[in-house]
Write a protein that binds this ligand. Structure first.
Ligand code: AMP
Ligand code: MG
Length: 390
C-alpha cells in the first residue's frame, strides 16, 4: 500500500491540552518527560519493622510508628520503627522486616531471622526516574498509560486533535435496522455499524451521512457533503463496475481517483483518491471485504494521519489447520480462529470465506495471509494478523 501511505502528514498538534480523564485513546502530541521520580521516596514494600540490618536480630526497642502518608524521624542504632506498606523509610534504617518474621515483646521486637540490607525497600525512582522519557509523541494512550501519567502528577497532556471521518453507505437495497421489515431483495445496512465501531475504537469522530441511493446525483451530493465535513471520507459499496456503481465515476469528477482495485481477496474493488482535497476511501460493499480492507488499508492511513507512530497489527507465525486447493492470483486474507493446541498456534479457518459472509469475521480472531501463487498444506507455516488490537 505504499501509494496510499506515501504522503500522509500527521494532523497538526492541538494546543489546548486534553485533561487526563478524556485522554484515553488520544494521541500524544509531544514527548513527555518525567518531572519527578516514582516513587518519590524509598518506601516500605511490607507491613513490618524498619531496622538497621547491622543491629542483627535484636531485641530492638520500637520507638516510632510510620504509616503511609506520614514520615518518621531518624532511627538510632538498636531501635526499630513500626512501618506500613508505602510509608517512607526513616533515615538510619536500611531494611524492612516483614511482621511475620518478628516477635513483639512489650516495647521491643525480635527478628526470627536476620535481614539483609535493602530488603523489602522500594527504591526512589525504581518505577520511573526523574527526567526519563515517559512516552514519545505519537503514542495512543492506553488505560495503563493514564495511570502512569497520573502517578507523575499530570492533570493534562498535549494531544493531537481528534480525526474526523465521514462515512456513507451506498445501496438501494439497504434498510436501517429498526426501520421495518425487509421486502424481498432488501438487506439491513450492516457496513455502517462495522465501520462506525472500527473508527470509534480508534478514537476517531464519526460523521455519519447514513445511506445513499444508487444514482449519480445522490452519490455526488453525498460525497461533497462528506468531504466538506471531515478529514477523510469512507464509503461502502458502489465501487464495482455495474451500472448501479457510481462512486468511482463521481470521485473522478469531484477530485481524483488515484487507485482502484487491489490484488487482495476479499477487497479487490477498493478505491482511493480524493473528493476535492479530502482523502477518500471507497470500500467494497461486501461486509467481510469492508472489514478486511479497513484493517489493511484504511487503518494504517488513519493512524498515520492521527500521528500515531507505534501501532501495527501483530503478525504471528501459525500452523495452517487447512489446505488450499489451488494457488490464487491475489493475496488472500482468510478469516481464522487462532487457537493453541498442544503448545502450537493453529489457524483454523471459518468454513465460509465468501466476502459477503460477515459472520466469518465476527467468529474469527485473526486473518491468515495466503500469498498469491502459493498453495497451503496442513501444517504449513502461515502468518496471521491478530484482530484483538482493533
Ligand atoms: P456493491 O459493491 O455495492 O455491489 O455491493 C456488494 C454487495 O455488498 C452486495 O451484495 C450488497 O448488497 C452488499 N452491501 C453493500 N452495502 C452494504 C451494506 N451497507 N451493508 C450490508 N451489505 C452491503
Ligand atoms: Mg451497491
Amino acid at each position: 500500500m505504499p501509494l496510499i501511505l506515501a504522503d500522509v502528514k500527521p494532523l497538526p498538534a492541538e494546543h489546548r491540552p486534553g485533561i487526563l480523564t478524556e485522554a484515553l485513546g488520544r494521541v500524544l502530541a509531544e514527548d513527555l518527560i518525567a518531572p519527578l521520580a516514582v516513587p518519590g521516596d524509598d518506601n516500605s514494600a511490607m507491613d513490618g519493622y524498619a531496622v538497621n540490618s547491622a543491629d542483627g536480630t535484636g531485641p530492638l526497642l520500637v520507638t516510632q510508628r510510620i504509616t503511609a502518608g506520614s514520615c518518621g524521624s531518624e532511627l538510632s542504632s538498636g531501635t526499630a520503627a513500626r512501618i506500613f506498606t508505602g510509608a517512607p523509610i526513616p533515615a538510619g534504617a536500611d531494611a524492612v522486616v516483614m511482621q511475620e518474621n518478628c516477635v513483639l515483646d512489650d516495647q521491643s521486637v525480635r527478628l526470627t531471622k536476620a535481614v539483609g540490607c535493602g530488603e523489602n525497600i522500594r527504591r526512589r525512582g525504581q518505577d520511573i526516574a526523574e527526567g526519563e522519557v515517559l512516552f514519545n509523541a505519537g503514542r495512543r494512550l492506553q488505560a495503563q498509560d493514564l495511570g502512569v501519567l497520573a502517578s507523575l502528577g499530570f492533570a493534562a497532556v498535549p494531544l493531537r486533535r481528534r480525526l474526523k471521518a465521514a462515512i456513507l453507505s451506498t445501496g438501494d437495497e439497504l434498510v436501517e435496522p429498526g426501520e421495518g421489515p425487509l421486502r424481498t431483495g432488501q438487506i439491513y445496512n450492516s457496513n455502517r455499524y462495522t465501520l462506525r465501531g472500527l473508527l470509534e475504537r480508534l478514537g476517531i469522530e464519526v460523521v455519519d451521512l447514513g445511506m445513499v441511493k444508487d444514482t449519480a446525483k445522490a452519490t455526488a451530493q453525498a460525497l461533497q457533503r462528506a468531504a466538506a465535513m471531515a478529514d477523510c471520507v469512507i464509503s461502502s459499496g458502489g465501487v464495482s463496475v455495474g451500472e448501479a456503481d457510481h462512486v468511482t465515476a463521481q470521485v473522478q469528477k469531484l477530485g481524483e481517483l488515484r487507485l482502484w482495485k487491489l490484488r487482495i481477496k476479499p477487497g479487490k474493488p477498493l478505491a482511493f483518491g480524493r473528493v476535492g482535497e479530502t482523502p477518500f476511501f471507497g470500500l467494497p460493499g461486501n461486509p467481510s471485504a469492508v472489514f478486511v480492507t479497513f484493517c489493511l488499508v484504511v487503518r494504517p492511513w488513519l493512524l498515520r494521519r492521527m500521528g500515531v507512530t507505534d501501532e501495527t497489527l501483530l503478525r504471528l507465525p501459525a500452523s495452517a489447520d487447512f489446505q488450499t486447493k489451488r494457488a490464487g492470483t491475489r493475496e488472500e486474507y482468510l478469516r481464522v480462529r487462532a487457537v493453541v493446541e498442544n503448545g502450537q498456534l493453529l489457524a483454523k479457518p471459518h468454513h465460509n470465506q465468501s466476502s459477503g459472509v460477515l459472520s466469518s469475521v465476527s467468529r474469527s480472531n485473526a486473518l491468515a495471509i495466503v500469498p498469491p501463487g502459493r498453495t497451503i498444506e496442513h501444517g504449513d507455516r502461515v502468518e496471521i494478523l491478530l484482530l484483538d488490537q482493533l
